[in-house]
Design a protein around this ligand. Structure first.
Ligand code: ADP
Length: 495
C-alpha cells in the first residue's frame, strides 16, 4: 500500500489541514489586531478629557516652572484610580520637564508634539499613538492637555494610558475573555471544517479507490473474466468519477469483446491450418503414391492399368491445383488485395455465358439447365469477373449435388431497386442443422456426395466473401431431397 501522503486522500487531507491552520493563524492575527485597536480606541476615548480635567484641577506650572507639589498630588490621585498611568510635563517644544515614572526608566528627553497636536485639535481619529518615553521604539495611547487650560501656553500634560497588558498574544489570550472565547469558537469551527472535509474527501476518494482497484484487477486478469467494476452507476453518471467509471467499463467491455473475437479467430485460424494441411496432404499423398507405383512397376503394368493410374494421378494433381488456387484467392479476398471494380453489365448475358460453360457437364450428368428471366432485366452494378466466379461456384455445387434427371434453374428479377439472382436446383438439399455452417471455410456436408467427388469446401466461402466486398450477402433455402436455392442481390446502376 502506498504511504498516506502519496495517496490522493492523503494529499487532499494535508492541503485541507494546511488551509485550516493558515485560516486559524490569519484569524488570530486579525482578531489580535482589531481587538487591540478597539481596546486602545475605547481606552483613549474614555480618557479623552482626563488630562484636561487634571489641568483644570491643579496648577501644575507657574510662569514656566513645574509645581512639583501639585504634580505629586495628581500622581497620588491617579495611582489610586489606575497604577498603570504615567504623567509627563512637557514644555511647549516637547522637552520632558518632570514625570512620575520611576527614575532611570525614562529613556527620552523629548516627545514628538505632532500626535499631541493632532489629539488636541480638530476631530481626532482614535486611537492616536504617541511616543512612549520609557521605550524608544514603542508607541502608546495617551491623553493630553495644554497648560494652562486657557491663556498663553506654558507646556503640556502628557498622560500615557494603560500598561503593557495586551502587548503579546499570550497576555491578550489570558487577559481578554472575549478574545479567548472567540479564539476557542474559531478553533472549534475550524476543527469541524477539518473533520467534515476529511470525511467528505474520504467518501469522494473511496469511489476513486474502488475504480483504481477495479482497473488494477482488470490489468491482472487474462481478459476472460467479467469486469470487476460495479455497473450500477452506468445509467446515471453524475460526476467526472462516474463518467470515468462508465468510460472505463465500456472500454473494458470492448477489450473483452475484441479479445473474444481474437480468440475465436485464432481458433478458426488453427482449424484452418489443420484443414489446409490435411486437404493438401491427401491428394498429394495419392499423387505421390500412383507415380511411385508407376515407377516401381514399370514394365509390369498393362497399358490399360498405366492409363488408369495416370488418370487418377492427374485428377489428384488437378484437385491439388484447384485447392491451392482457391486458397490463394480467398487469402487475397481477405487481405482486400482483390477490390471489386464496379461496372454496369447485363446479368442475363453473364448467366448465359456461365451456363454455357457447364452445359456439357450437365448433359453428361443428365441434369437439365434452365434460365428463367425476360429481356427487360436492368443492368447490374458489380465487378463482372467476380460475379462470374460466384456463379461458377454456385453452378458447380448445384451440378455436383443434383442427381441425374434433376434440373438447375437460374433466374433474375428486380425488387426494390435491386437485382435478385437465384440459383436453384432439385438436388439432395442440405440438412437444416448444417445450413448455418456451409459458408465456413472447409465445411462440407460429408454424406451429400461420394468422397471422391467432394469439393474443396471453399466455394461458398469465396462466393460469400465476394458478395461481402460488394456490400451484399448470400442467402440459402434448402429442403432435404427436394432442392436448394441460393439468392443474392446486387445494386442496379443509377439511371
Ligand atoms: P464444396 O467445394 O464442398 O462444394 P462449398 O463451400 O461450395 O464446398 O459448399 C459447402 C457445402 O455445402 C458442401 O460440402 C455441400 O455439402 C453443401 N452445398 C453447397 N451447395 C449445395 C447444393 N446446391 N446442394 C446441396 N448441398 C450443397
Amino acid at each position: 500500500m502506498a504511504p498516506i501522503f502519496k495517496t490522493l486522500y492523503g494529499r487532499l487531507s494535508f492541503v485541507l489541514l494546511g488551509l485550516v491552520v493558515l485560516m486559524g493563524i490569519l484569524y488570530v492575527a486579525l482578531t489580535l489586531f482589531t481587538t487591540r485597536h478597539y481596546l486602545q480606541e475605547v481606552n483613549q476615548r474614555l480618557n479623552q478629557t482626563l488630562a484636561t480635567n487634571l489641568v483644570s484641577e491643579q496648577v501644575l506650572m507657574e510662569s514656566g516652572e513645574v509645581n512639583y507639589m501639585a504634580l505629586r498630588e495628581v500622581f497620588h490621585m491617579l495611582m489610586v484610580v489606575n497604577p498603570a498611568i504615567e504623567i509627563y510635563l512637557l514644555d511647549p517644544r516637547g522637552e520632558i520637564l518632570a514625570f512620575t515614572a520611576p527614575p532611570g526608566k525614562v529613556k527620552r528627553q523629548r516627545i514628538s508634539l505632532s500626535p499631541i497636536k493632532e489629539y488636541l485639535h480638530g476631530n481626532p481619529a482614535f486611537p492616536i499613538l504617541g511616543e512612549d518615553p520609557r521605550d524608544l521604539r514603542r508607541k502608546k495611547i495617551f491623553s493630553a492637555a495644554p497648560i494652562p487650560a486657557t491663556g498663553p501656553l506654558q507646556g503640556y500634560l502628557y498622560v500615557i494610558l494603560g500598561g503593557e497588558e495586551y502587548d503579546s498574544v499570550v497576555s491578550m489570550f489570558v487577559g481578554s475573555y472575549i478574545f479567548r472565547l472567540s479564539s476557542l469558537a474559531a478553533a472549534g469551527g475550524l476543527a469541524v471544517v477539518l473533520m467534515t472535509g476529511l470525511i467528505f474527501f474520504y467518501i469522494l476518494t473511496r469511489r476513486l479507490r474502488r475504480l483504481t482497484a477495479g482497473v488494477e484487477q482488470f490489468s491482472r486478469i487474462d481478459f476472460s473474466e467479467p469486469i470487476p467494476i460495479d455497473s450500477s452507476n452506468d445509467s446515471k453518471p453524475c460526476d467526472e468519477i462516474d463518467q470515468l467509471e462508465t468510460t472505463f467499463r465500456q472500454m473494458a467491455d470492448r477489450i473483452l469483446e475484441q479479445m473474444k473475437t481474437l480468440r475465436q479467430n485464432d481458433a478458426l485460424r488453427r482449424e484452418l491450418v489443420a484443414n489446409v494441411s490435411h486437404d493438401l496432404r491427401t491428394p498429394l499423398a495419392s499423387l505421390q503414391g500412383y507415380i511411385e507405383t508407376l515407377i516401381l512397376k514399370e514394365g509390369k503394368l498393362t497399358p490399360e492399368e498405366q492409363r488408369v493410374y495416370l488418370e487418377t494421378a492427374a485428377r489428384h494433381g488437378e484437385r491439388l491445383g484447384r485447392l491451392v488456387s482457391e486458397l490463394l484467392e480467398l487469402a487475397k479476398l481477405d487481405a482486400q488485395e482483390i477490390q471489386p471494380r464496379l461496372e454496369s453489365f447485363s446479368m442475363g448475358e453473364l448467366i448465359q455465358d456461365v451456363t454455357q460453360k457447364f452445359r456439357l457437364a450437365a448433359e453428361k450428368k443428365q441434369v437439365q439447365m434452365k434460365n428463367h428471366f425476360g429481356s427487360d432485366i436492368p443492368l447490374a452494378l458489380a465487378d463482372i469477373g467476380l460475379m462470374e466466379r460466384v456463379l461458377d461456384n454456385l453452378l458447380d455445387n448445384a451440378l455436383r449435388y443434383t442427381a441425374a434427371g434433376g434440373s438447375i434453374t437460374l433466374s433474375i428479377e428486380q425488387t426494390n431497386g435491386r437485382l435478385i439472382t437465384r440459383v436453384s436446383d432439385t438436388g439432395c438439399g442440405i440438412p437444416p442443422d448444417e445450413i448455418p455452417h456451409i459458408f465456413h471455410r472447409f465445411y462440407r456436408v460429408k454424406e451429400s456426395v461420394p468422397v471422391e467427388s467432394l469439393g474443396t469446401g471453399l466455394g461458398l466461402a469465396i462466393a460469400k466473401r465476394i458478395l461481402e466486398l460488394h456490400g451484399s450477402d448470400i442467402e440459402v433455402q434448402s429442403t432435404l431431397d427436394v432442392g436448394t436455392t441460393f439468392t443474392f442481390s446486387l445494386p442496379v446502376p443509377p439511371s
